[in-house]
Design a protein around this ligand. Structure first.
Ligand SMILES: [Cu+2]
Length: 492
């Protein structure tokens, strides 16, 4: 098995030893070397984007960006913040990390520059990731946290992390969203400018005039069309590179590849496709699903998708593309066999994609669904939007509302309702849930940790509460979360 260069391969022994001063690092070739603690380091670095220098973050494991482990491994060791900025790290998709080992918890806090944390938890199998839970997520403070399943077989793993990138700081972006040209400047009557702007990829700040109305439940009438892409990004990255200079991953003729794709974009959802091959989705958000083929796979912020592809015996070069929803803009990596000629792929497609919807979600079913059970608690959750780029859960921004109170082991159902004009990828910390309803239709859908809730389409999730602790439930659109769309689930 060839491993991507940017991933570290940790043996069980290595991970267990990670908390000590040094541990042995085993790479796929079978050799090992001694590496010093810490296990994970957050650092600043400068990368090149479109020929311009950009100051971003990196999350380094023992052998490069991210962590790549095997089922049964623990993540045990020190997390060092070697950057100049306080960090709030979240272990996204990890269900065995106790609440007090996740910095991103209601009573958590920043890991100060130079500060160290100790972590020790069993890794959750599957394609997961770790990322900042504050605005620095926009500056690429994120990395893969992939634990190879015991039954993953011989496929070659290729991890692709997607990002939306801006030369502006996240604070500037947020100010722009809340400024006079966004929500705050519009009256309740909406704006014709907004309607004209809505179909424009990447540029529909003006569309927010409608958003405020959406939050009022649609009672104002007018055009309620959904929109996306409220931030105008400078680039879209796959493994930190654009299609002008993409990563080219060497694959074998006749080989099998497992693409593990992570949407680390903060405000961008993508459609993933592999033209020329027939990808089969085998897992979403790290949890196995009944294998499913599609032309293009929707991937909202925070979500992951695992796609199996067979490389033809004749070889060739095959782009793995991620196209922004409601836009022709795209990014990606190239899979190429030895000697294949790699053509330049334009970073703009011939035509825009539509908005993400739940067509694919509705066809998915979990590999291991939850046991059928009547819910002990049912929560209707109304997602809302108010003037001034204020996003709410049940009418309240984070800090204003009471926690959702659960007891360990309770079967919980939450139905998200979205009368706003943007989609909300809703993410629950510390637990995987099953999608069990879309609109009025009940079904045994995918196991996930992040589900997209489009405008005017209720989505119901189910999960069994636990472990004890306080966990965030929030929208994974960074600027929605930062401006209020977050609540606490308290298991006690
Ligand atoms: Cu949102």
């Amino acid at each position: 098995m060839t491993r991507p260069e940017h991933l570290s391969s940790l043996s069980r022994r290595t991970v267990l030893a990670g908390g000590a001063a040094a541990g042995a690092l085993a790479l796929s070739g079978g050799w090992s070397r001694v590496v010093a603690a810490p296990l994970i380091t957050v650092e600043s670095l400068t990368i090149d984007v479109n020929g311009k220098a950009a100051k971003v973050f990196a999350v380094k494991g023992p052998a490069g960006e991210g962590i790549f482990a095997k089922e049964g491994d623990r993540l045990a060791g020190a997390v060092l913040n070697a950057s100049q900025t306080p960090a709030v790290m979240h272990w996204h998709g990890q269900i065995f990390a106790p609440a007090d080992q996740d910095r991103a918890r209601p009573d958590g806090g920043e890991l100060a520059p130079g500060g160290t944390d100790q972590v020790d938890f069993l890794l959750t199998p599957g394609t997961h990731w770790m990322h900042s839970h504050t605005l620095s997520e926009q500056q690429l403070l994120a990395a893969p946290l992939v634990t190879r399943e015991a039954d993953a077989g011989e496929a070659q793993d290729v991890v692709v992390m997607l990002h939306d990138f801006s030369f502006r700081s996240p604070e500037e972006i947020l100010a722009g969203l809340g400024g006079a040209n966004a929500h705050g400047g519009h009256s309740m009557g909406g704006s014709t400018q907004g309607m004209a702007g809505m179909a424009m990829p990447g540029m529909d700040h003006a569309g927010h005039g409608m958003g405020a109305m959406g939050g009022m439940g649609g009672g104002m009438g007018g055009d309620m069309r959904a929109h996306a892409n409220d931030v105008d990004y400078d680039a879209f990255l796959a493994n930190r590179r654009t299609l002008a200079d993409p990563e080219v991953v060497k694959v074998e003729k006749g080989g099998k590849v497992r693409l593990r794709i992570i949407n680390g974009g903060t405000a961008t959802a993508f459609f993933v496709s592999v033209p020329g091959l027939k990808p089969r989705c085998v897992a979403v958000d790290g949890s196995p699903c009944v294998p499913m083929e599609a032309e293009a796979f929707p991937l909202a912020q925070g979500q992951r998708i695992d796609l199996l592809v067979d490389i033809p015996a004749s070889g060739g070069a095959f782009p793995v593309l991620a196209q922004v929803e409601a836009s022709p803009r795209r990014t990606g990596v190239i899979l190429a066999t030895a000697g294949a000629s790699v053509a330049r792929i334009a970073d703009t497609a011939d035509r825009p994609q539509g908005l993400l919807d739940l067509t694919f979600e509705g066809r998915l079913s979990a590999g291991k669904p939850l046991a059928q059970r009547k819910a002990d608690k049912v929560f209707p959750i109304m997602l809302g939007e108010e003037a001034g780029y204020r996003w709410t859960i049940n009418g309240r921004t984070y800090g204003e509302g009471r926690p959702f109170a659960l007891s360990p082991g309770e079967r919980v159902e939450m139905t998200f309702m979205n009368p706003t004009t943007m989609s909300h990828p809703m993410h629950l910390h510390g637990r995987h849930f099953q999608v069990v309803g879309i609109g009025r239709r009940r079904f045994s859908g995918a196991l996930r940790d992040t589900v997209m809730v489009p405008p005017h389409m209720p989505v119901t999730i189910a999960f069994d509460a636990g472990p004890k602790g306080e966990w965030f439930l929030h929208c994974h659109h960074l600027y929605h979360m930062a401006t209020g769309m977050m609540a606490v689930v308290k298991v006690a």
